[in-house]
Design a binder for this molecule. Sequence first.
Ligand SMILES: [Zn+2]
Length: 467
Amino acid sequence: MTSRMLIRGGTVLTVDRDLGELDRGDLLIEDGRIAALAPHLDVTDAEVLDATGMIVVPGFVDTHRHTWQTPLRNLGSDWTLAQYFVGIHFGFSKYYRPEDTYIGNLLGVAEALDSGITTVLDWSHNLDTPDHADAAVQALFDSGSRAVFAHGGGASMWRVPSAVPHHPDVRRVRDHYFSSDDQLVTMAFAARGPQFTSPEVTIGDWELGRELGLRGTVHVGDGEWGRTRPVAWMRDHGMVGPEVTYVHCNTLADDELRIIADSGGTASVAADIEVQMGHGWPATGRLLDAGVRPSLSIDVCTSNAGDMFHAMKTTIAVQRALDNAAEQKPGEQDRLRLTCRDVLEFATIEGARANGLDAVTGSLTPGKDADVVLVRTDSLAMSPVNNPAAALVYNAHPGLVDTVLVRGRVVKRHGRLTDLDVDRIRARAEQTRDHLLAQARTDPEIGGARTGGDWIPGSHRVGAADS
Ligand SMILES: [Zn+2]
């Protein structure tokens, strides 16, 4: 029997340019898919979700998050990129047990779901043993979210520059968990860019990812590491293509951004972390100039918030500042070039595209899966609603996310996650945090890890990666 659900009477932002926005709309869901959308639908045999006074949007899509790090939340909020490498990759990563990986992923994805992110690309690069990989994947399946598990190998690969080849367990993970493409959790290959390893290993890793038939995601253009022309190198070695997502892109040259565009590649801007850690200016505007509409990502909750409202706000604020600073007479241009609707597209449909999932999510288009978010507008700070897209980008926050559906299944309702045991997840995450800190406290390499904000690890010498 067909299951039917009607989301009734919300303000619907479809993020589908052919369908536009409905001041008042009904969305019919059948067997997990969007079946119909109209100002009024005469349906009497469906379960009704009342969306009166709410903005209805597609679930947000995060294209790059190192979810395993979530229990280390805010420890790195005052760190540079070079300090992050020492504190996290040379320090904490080696103390993770599989159960820590599991709860890190579950906490991170639960947080994402709670804030209306229905697809997370889990850029998982602390997988030293098959047990760690199993735990990471199991948490994604247990979360009830749509997710992409991007296998990024283990800690030894991330003591960069490192000539350790990609962890061979990626083959087992592919065969064991991801033989079907028709599941909520799919797989990608998280590769080191050429700046992080030797040419031979870069090429070997890339061939492995292709052999496994996986999309690729790679960090490039992150601070000083980006000035070595990694994307030009990748082009020269046959490694660019529409199946590749380029994360950060800050310090890539303009012609490298055009290589991404010409090859049909996608990009992921993580503005919050990039402006903190010193990756360079977020590349949003330069990517647009080159012909790439970027997706957005959270990156690391060791520093910044894990929701898309923050990411959208920082993205638009920084790019508008750059655009205005470049004007002869800021404040007098005919119109700002980056709009709130643009940024909402980056956070939804462009994310779906970058994750290879634009046929199933990223917009409220009939035929796609029903990944849907209802945002309340009955707060003082959302009233009155005069421009719904702008309200989402500038005023909304996770506390206003009332309802979240993943493939038509309600995972959050009336402001509460329905399936996940939040208290238990929080308690287990604190146990993991305590375990990791107890181990790291005496680690001479990172120097006295502790909470409270006054512990700053030493800096990784970035120039070492150029040699
Ligand atoms: Zn990253």
